[in-house]
Write a protein that binds this ligand. Structure first.
Ligand code: NAD
Length: 319
């Protein structure tokens, strides 16, 4: 059996493939014709962020499984896989903690103006601390979490640990589950009106594109800090820019962009109260190891020992 690994992953996963006598090789050139040539006889593909189009997939005659190193799969033509009965796996148990910690980091950094304090001390102005602008606590503040899946739930736990009031907007999760987890279900509009913090944890699709846009930023509180670690485009970037520039909100933390990488001189780069990271919320060393092992284990279990397969990792289980 032969597995292609598209993009560099931590060595722990390929080592497990090797132990199971499964040949594997890494590809780092994602040009379409090159990929067609390299993938035409593989039994499985482990993939990071490169695109797997139907044109490429249709040439993979032996393909039995595609395994995403991560949980979002908008870079893979999932319709093609569904039509052709090929499972698409994700690393559902690996990412949530790492992303939730990233959100807490952004909240704390922006809330406490850490950059200003750091600059003050390093510029020899320790004694001028009373001149710093006010900074705040998370304690007793209201957070609205949009999307209560794996990451949303891990974030909720951490916010409850900080004694925040946690409000959830997710029409696909029952109110009882939300209440059992000590959170409050809320509708979108009310949530926007009361939130001190918003964090986005839903997929990008037709109903979530521009979920936070001009209309929404007119409803929110002036002290709002909004964080997007889900997918670019769920927040409309023009609307966010306007909200920040016109002081409609206090700040934003952005890990994901409408176009990645964002263009040079993107207007976000000039703003002190937008904190930016390069789509690396899930790239802690621990998480990279877990994703590498889980993505390869999905392949091994599917090909060699289906009984061990974690079926919740298969996004097109209906096939
Ligand atoms: P998940 O599938 O476990 O949860 C998504 C939740 O969103 C579900 O509970 C679903 O009911 C809810 N949802 C769907 N449509 C909705 C809507 N219109 N309104 C409100 N809720 C809606 O996914 P997850 O693992 O928690 O991942 C969440 C997001 O984070 C995904 O977009 C994923 O791609 C992204 N992600 C980003 C990184 C990163 O590095 N920045 C890492 C991992 C995941």
């Amino acid at each position: 059996m032969k597995i292609a690994i598209m993009g560099k992953i931590h060595s722990d996963g390929p080592e497990i493939l090797k132990k199971n006598n499964i040949e594997n090789f890494e590809i780092n050139d994602f040009e379409e014709n090159y990929l067609i040539n390299k993938l035409c006889d593989v039994d499985g593909i482990v993939i990071r962020t490169a695109n797997l189009t139907s044109k490429i997939l249709s040439k993979c005659e032996n393909l039995k499984i595609v395994s995403r190193h991560g949980v979002g799969y908008d870079n893979v033509d999932s319709n093609y896989l569904k039509k052709n009965g090929i499972p698409l796996a994700i690393t559902g148990t690996s990412n949530a903690v790492s992303v939730a910690e990233h959100v807490m980091t952004m909240f704390l950094y922006l809330t406490k103006n850490i950059n200003l304090s750091n600059n003050l001390v390093k510029s020899g102005n320790f004694k001028k601390k009373s001149e710093l602008p006010d900074f705040f606590e998370l304690y007793k503040k209201k957070i609205l979490i949009l999307g209560f899946g794996r990451i949303g739930q891990e974030l909720a736990k951490r916010c409850l640990g900080f004694d925040m009031e946690v409000y959830i907007y997710d029409p696909f999760v029952s109110k009882n589950i939300i209440i059992e987890k000590n959170c409050f279900p809320i509708n979108k509009e009310e949530g926007l009106e009361i939130a001190d913090y918003i964090s986005i944890h839903m997929p990008l699709n037709n109903s979530t594109k521009n979920f936070l846009s001009f209309t929404e930023f007119d409803l929110v509180k002036k002290n709002l800090i909004v964080v997007n670690t889900a997918r670019g485009g769920i927040i409309n970037e023009e609307a966010l820019l306007e909200a920040i520039k016109k002081n409609k909100i206090k700040g934003a933390g952005i890990d994901v962009f409408e176009n990645e990488p964002p263009r040079q001189k993107h207007p976000f780069f000039e703003l002190e109260n937008i904190l930016l990271t390069p789509h690396n919320a899930a790239l802690t060393l621990e998480c990279r190891k877990r994703m590498s092992v889980e993505s390869c284990t999905n392949v091994i279990n599917y090909l060699v020992n289906k009984k061990k397969l974690n079926k919740t990792n298969i996004v097109n289980l209906e096939i």
